[in-house]
Ligand binder design. Structure first.
Ligand code: 4AD
Ligand code: MG
Length: 467
């Protein structure tokens, strides 16, 4: 049979299962999740990634395809032609009576996804195959839909999407966590006296992978008013936690003529939009997570869509933590960075929902945040959510040239190294604000998956960049 004949009436599994009436003869292609066969009949569960459910293919012993069907193994890749008929079995509307089977790719018994359920830890070691499981299929379908939702939200509101650079010479967060980008020979670099001659490097200066697109987004906000970037972000921090990846994706809006309250409002609107979008467009996958990963998930998400987020200053948060009587591993006092145990306690125990913490001590936040009039805090905000902790970090930006220059000196950043950034404060500066939402942290929040490694296709973490 010619290939063109096979592709006629080709149908994706999702469309087929949702069909109102039978399409008659159909052709489906995909990977077999299970194969059960006996003397008289073979059942194949075929999945093509279009939805969580697999399509049941029934091949009777009177069919020419029976011999092929009964020797197929779990994981093999096939095309099936047959009649689409109402399924007598529970849980599915339609099934296909297989008349002909085309085998694209066979498997043998060493295919690792034979068992129905594997632990996530094991599945991480086969990240090249794990998209073929129910859980990861659901995760990556949701990831795809939600990245579309990001653009929908901002585009509908007139924001301009900026592609900020991935290779950069500035460390936005000033935390010294940049991966170096160089073409110098590490064994034999050019030297100027006793130091490496970075001016001989490819870009004529020291460069690295971006830790944030914010500084460049700010430049664009000074021309387009409302902008956002959504791209990969890299951090060489050696923290092996379930919430940190060395490569992750971040959404960073930047808005002109805005203060901290406007920034929190945008963050809240955006967050709620995305949760509502997931509930509407990813229902089947969320139901899977609700059933197998996190029992209270959908109820929690529905509650978030309908309630206003709470706000608390850092100073108040510290007082509430101190009064809580809870024994924390790290004691809390004014001036310390909040640890994830503190963040989780605030959002889970004290408010039981999303919480903005604002106005942090200036010494523990980045140089670009706007000084408050009290002289000791900055107009910063973090959004904390149950189960994940910090999911958004943002601030109003310091738009006053002299104050910003002084702040840079206090943080040991040479103002000349960011002269282009300071130019926006020299010429046509204005109050502005923005934030960053960690895309993987958001996916953890809406799927209930507990490890950042399980919501990014090929995770990069210390010691791990295999796939
Ligand atoms: O709080 P962060 O470091 O803020 C910034 O980078 C600002 N420049 C954002 C801005 O104002 N435009 O990071 C923002 C968010 C965090 O709240 C967290 O959700 C996520 O990015 N994030 C990480 N996600 C995964 N792995 C990591 N190592 C992360 N570091 C930060
Ligand atoms: Mg932060």
């Amino acid at each position: 049979m010619k290939k063109t004949d096979w592709r006629q009436n080709r149908c994706r599994v999702k469309a087929l299962l949702q069909a109102e009436e039978s399409h008659g003869e159909v052709f489906v292609q995909g990977w077999l999740r299970t194969v059960r066969s006996s003397k008289g009949v073979a059942f194949l569960a075929l999945n093509d990634g279009s939805c969580l459910d697999s399509l049941q293919i029934v091949v009777g012993s009177d069919s020419e395809a029976f011999e092929v069907a009964s020797r197929l193994g779990t994981g093999s890749c096939v095309g099936v032609r047959g009649q689409m008929v109402a399924s007598p079995g529970a849980g599915q509307s339609w099934e296909v009576q297989g008349d002909e089977i085309l085998v694209y790719g066979d498997v043998d018994e060493s295919f690792p996804l034979q068992k129905k359920r594997h632990g996530f830890e094991f599945l991480r070691t086969i990240a090249h195959l794990r998209p073929r499981t129910n859980a990861y299929g659901a995760v990556f379908r949701v990831r795809s839909r939600i990245s579309h939702a990001v653009h929908t939200f901002f585009q509908e509101r007139g924001f301009v999407h900026v592609h900020t650079p991935i290779i950069t010479s500035n460390d936005c967060e000033g935390a010294g966590e940049m991966f170096r980008v160089t073409t110098l020979d590490p064994e034999n670099p050019p030297m100027a006296d006793t130091r490496i001659a970075w001016h001989d490097d490819f870009f004529g200066t020291k460069t690295g992978l971006t830790v944030s697109g914010q500084l460049q987004a700010e430049l664009f906000a000074m021309a387009f008013t409302d902008v956002y970037t959504f791209g990969p972000t890299f951090r060489a921090e050696n923290s092996n936690t379930s919430r940190h990846a060395s490569e992750f994706w971040m959404i960073e809006p930047e808005i002109a003529f805005a203060d901290l309250a406007d920034n929190c409002q945008l963050a809240e609107d955006f967050f709620r939009f995305m949760v509502a979008y997931a509930l509407e467009h990813c229902r089947e996958d969320l139901e899977f997570f609700n059933q197998f990963i996190d029992k209270g998930l959908i109820e929690r998400l529905e509650r978030v869509v309908g309630t206003d987020f709470q706000t608390m200053t850092y100073t108040e948060a510290v007082e509430r933590l101190q009064q809580s009587g809870q024994a924390f591993e790290f004691p809390v006092e004014w001036g310390c960075d909040l640890q994830s145990e503190h963040e989780r306690y605030l959002t889970e125990k004290i408010v039981d929902g999303p919480l903005f913490v604002t106005d942090y001590p200036k010494g523990i936040k980045a140089f670009y945040m706007r000084n408050n009039d009290d002289g000791r805090t900055v107009a910063a905000m973090d959004l904390l959510v149950p189960k994940v902790g910090e999911i958004i970090g943002g601030s109003q930006r310091e738009e006053r040239l002299e104050v910003l220059e002084q702040k840079m000196k206090d943080f040991d950043i040479h103002p000349e190294s960011l002269d282009w950034y300071l130019d926006t404060r020299r010429w046509g500066s204005c109050p502005h604000a923005g934030f960053g939402l960690g895309f993987e942290r958001f996916l953890m929040y809406i799927t209930g998956m507990e490890n950042v490694r399980d919501v990014i296709p090929f995770p990069r973490t210390p010691g791990n960049a295999r796939f």
